[in-house]
Design a protein around this ligand. Structure first.
Ligand code: ZN
Length: 177
């Protein structure tokens, strides 16, 4: 949920979303997830000061209409209206108000900004477009570490499906040998 085919939010600036994302960024839970990610990836300490500066300068917008909201649900990336680096965020109202998972979606988009900072700004402003394998890695990380409530069940289900498919293949090979 950052770019790809998703539409950038082009509606009015949202003070409510700004408040929501700032308080999520300041929470121990979010910081703990980023620390875990940095530790797993052996990235060294994360620059929270630089993160806060970029977040303060970021724009937070609503979606212009339902069509735009449905295309991306949540969005994090470079503000297309600014030629200098500036983060832009959007999370549609029903998604961010959803019980339990709303916060997870907010954290997910915020985590993409963490990834962008750690990449030296190359995630949101790539010199060459990311390869699909890079996209998948970025999304998987943001799902597991940024929004585990969504990511962990999703990846768990995927693993169960893969294990099931593997078992069926093994059983089929057994039948034909
Ligand atoms: Zn995403």
């Amino acid at each position: 949920m950052f770019g790809l085919d998703a539409a950038a939010p082009s509606g009015l600036p949202s003070a409510e979303l700004m408040h929501l994302m700032h308080s999520a960024a300041g929470s121990q839970w979010f910081r703990w997830k980023v620390i875990m990610w940095s530790w797993v990836r052996r990235l060294g300490p994360f620059d929270w000061d630089a993160f806060q500066v970029s977040l303060k300068e970021a724009e937070f917008r609503e979606y212009r209409d339902n069509w735009e909201a449905k295309r991306s649900i949540g969005w994090a990336g470079q503000n297309p209206e600014n030629s200098s680096p500036q983060w832009l965020f959007g999370v549609c109202v029903p998604a961010r108000q959803a019980w339990l998972i709303g916060r997870s979606i907010v954290d997910h988009e915020l985590f993409h900004a963490v990834q962008d900072l750690q990449s030296g700004g190359r995630l949101f402003r790539p010199a060459v477009p990311l390869r699909w394998s890079g996209d998948v890695l970025v999304e998987a990380e943001a799902l597991v570490f940024g929004s585990p409530l969504i990511g962990v069940p999703f990846l768990g289900l995927l693993l169960v499906c893969l294990a099931g498919a593997g078992w069926m293949l093994w059983a089929l090979i057994g039948v034909f040998l």
